[in-house]
Design a protein around this ligand. Structure first.
Ligand code: SAM
Length: 227
């Protein structure tokens, strides 16, 4: 498998990520409450539906305040587990789940998904919505996500075009100065796609917004097994 990016020196330092997204939770919550899923999330949800919809449980990794899994629960998913490293995001996700009357069908776990993966339930669909660009060790988070899903892996990540790379480089530079210990990552997205292919998945659906690439991967073996 190609090596697409890892972390050195004893694993990623996630304190900055935790603090940064902890402070963002209220804003994410207000946005979801007012506008619903954003354009990339809506595209991801629609592509999952086009792929036959989730046929079982959902694992929403780096779920934030829950727009993706709460929307999918409204479309027939049985149960969702949301995991996020920032506890305030999950407090807000619980509030949102209460608001839409779905709190009995969600569980939330706080922590680094890569570290907690072995303790989490498997799912029919694993979601990584705008998360791989927030985590240094892209190989580890993608491998752990593939291991958790029986059928579908739905991802959004920055578009692989020069303008998007330039903007992300500027954001990374600014964040290194003002981000309080957090900055996003510009990984080799083509390499990540190859790693997912080598992991036994094929690209089933894709779409893009101005800033985001949305890809749905499926395990062909799972399709054959359920045929
Ligand atoms: C850009 S936000 C996206 C949140 C949500 N998916 C959305 O689009 O609204 C990235 C989220 O991933 C979380 N995150 C980053 N690395 C993580 C990790 N290793 N384990 C769990 N959550 C993580 C952050 O705390 C943050 O809430």
């Amino acid at each position: 498998m190609p090596h697409c990016g890892g972390s050195c020196c004893g694993g990623p330092d996630l304190g900055g990520t935790r603090r940064f997204f902890g402070k963002e939770a209220a804003r994410y919550g207000r946005s979801f409450e007012r506008k619903g899923p954003d354009a990339a999330q809506q595209a991801l949800i629609d592509l999952v539906q086009r792929e036959g919809g989730p046929r079982g449980d959902v694992l929403d990794i780096g779920c934030g305040v829950g727009p993706v899994h709460l929307s999918l629960l409204g479309r027939g998913v049985g149960h969702a587990t949301g995991i996020d490293i920032a506890a305030p995001m999950l407090e807000e996700a619980r509030r949102q789940a209460d608001r839409v009357g779905l709190s009995d069908r969600v569980d939330y776990r706080v922590g680094d998904f890569v570290a907690l993966a072995a303790e989490l339930p498997d799912a029919d669909l694993a979601v990584l919505d705008k998360v791989v660009c927030c985590y240094e060790d892209v190989d580890a988070i993608v491998d752990a996500s593939m291991a958790k899903t029986h059928r579908l892996l739905a991802m959004s990540f920055p578009r692989d075009i020069w303008l998007s790379r330039l903007i992300l480089r500027i954001v990374i530079g600014v964040s290194k100065v003002f981000g309080g210990g957090f900055h996003p990552f510009l990984h080799d997205w083509r390499c990540m796609g190859q790693r997912i292919a080598d992991g036994g998945f094929e690209l089933a659906q894709s779409a893009r917004t101005l800033a985001w690439q949305i890809n749905i991967y499926r395990r062909p073996t799972a399709e054959r097994a359920s045929a």
